[in-house]
Design a protein around this ligand. Structure first.
Ligand code: SF4
Length: 372
């Protein structure tokens, strides 16, 4: 087993390095026999690896696969992606959440065209210069896309290393992250790195799982300190949780008069839901009331839709919505600055807005008729 130096942030000594080589080889052998070999982005180009890695941030494989397939069918290469309108990219991203990721890949695709001759660069530094690509994603692109030796440190690898070396500090501390990167660099082999990288991803997804890991089937259990000391259930140590702050928004969904569509407006880039279509959004209930008061002569119906709750990473959203139907004069006026939609599926819109829209659509099918 390992000495305390591994956990202290000191340079890793040769005894431990030899152990890490053995562990890496165990993982490579295991991946070839028991790992996943049929994920749609495997054995593809660096472009495919990049798109999958961005989609997989904060999102499970099973959720990502249909989005990935649809996305790649429409944007099969970096040129197609770079030349597409951001609006269309957002439509293909709608439902995955974290829309800044879609903004970043679109911007990065344009930079790859202009600065890197339409090929994803092959160095960590150049990859990290692109929007949305951090050190771990850059490592995955180099390893899986270009078969170079490069460490990664995604959630699966962090968990596996923390258990393997029984790291008893929360993973989000900068000291622990430094240790984990050091371990990841040391364990990453020079040869067959792409198989090793895939092995760590596969082990984390299927064996060293967050809950109830299958230690008996683990190819490296004889090296694992947490397994040896029976501390697997307590590692990784939970990070100190930040209390989610509540955020209230007051929405007005506008139904047009004659074409019976919901009118939405694209929000400016930057800030919450930038680049996505949304109804009118107010931060204060008095602003929502003031809009209703100002237009009361031109509103045919007002329906209170109640409160919809939605969790963001650090915030809890409370959305209080009203649905209004306009008379012809205001409808014609607003149609010039808003875009009308018949249902939620055709819009690049945030998930909670899509949920409310679907409810509106279900409840008012009789009047939200497709445009003729
Ligand atoms: S032995 Fe268990 S805890 Fe240790 S790496 Fe394997 S699956 Fe994870």
């Amino acid at each position: 087993m390992y000495n305390a130096k591994v956990l202290s942030g000191s340079p890793i000594d040769t005894h431990v390095t030899a152990k890490l080589d053995q562990i890496a080889q165990c993982l490579i052998d295991w991946q070839q026999k028991h790992g996943r070999h049929h994920l749609p982005w495997q054995h593809q180009s660096a472009y495919h690896v990049w798109i999958s890695e961005i989609m997989l941030q904060q999102t499970q494989v099973a959720t990502v696969v249909p989005f990935y397939n649809r996305f790649i069918q429409r944007f099969p290469d970096v040129d197609t992606l770079a030349h597409a309108a951001l609006d269309e990219v957002l439509v293909y991203w709608a439902g995955l959440g974290y829309y800044s990721r879609a903004n970043h890949i679109h911007k990065a695709a344009q930079l790859i065209i202009s600065d890197f001759q339409s090929r994803l660069p092959q160095s960590i530094e150049a990859l990290q210069s692109l929007p949305g690509i951090g050190r771990s994603t850059a490592g995955a692109i180099l390893s899986l896309g270009y078969q170079q030796s490069a460490p990664i440190l995604d959630g699966n690898v962090k968990r596996m290393l923390a258990r393997l070396f029984e790291i008893s500090e929360p993973l989000n501390s900068s000291r622990t992250m430094k240790q984990l990167w050091q371990l990841s660099e040391s364990i990453t082999p020079h040869h067959q790195c792409h198989i090793f990288t895939q092995a760590t991803m596969d082990l984390g997804a299927t064996v060293c799982t967050k809950k109830a890991p299958h230690c008996q089937q683990c190819p490296i259990n004889h090296h694992c300190l947490s397994h040896k000391h029976n501390s697997v259930d307590t590692i990784p140590v939970k990070p100190v949780t930040i209390k989610k702050t509540p955020l209230n928004y007051y929405l007005i969904f506008i139904k047009s008069h004659c074409k019976k569509r919901i009118l939405m407006k694209k929000r400016a880039l930057g800030g919450i839901w930038g680049g996505l279509y949304c109804p009118l959004i107010f931060e204060d209930p008095s602003e929502q009331q003031a809009w209703l008061e100002e237009h009361k002569e031109q509103l045919l119906h007002i329906t209170a839709l109640g409160e919809h709750r939605h969790q963001l990473t650090h915030k809890r959203l409370y959305l209080s919505s009203q649905l209004v139907t306009l008379d012809k004069s205001l409808s014609d006026h607003l149609e010039s600055e808003f875009t009308g939609f018949n249902d939620a599926s055709e819009i690049a819109t945030p998930k909670p807005i899509a949920t409310i829209l679907r409810n509106i659509y279900e409840q008012t099918q009789d009047c939200l008729l497709p445009e003729t």
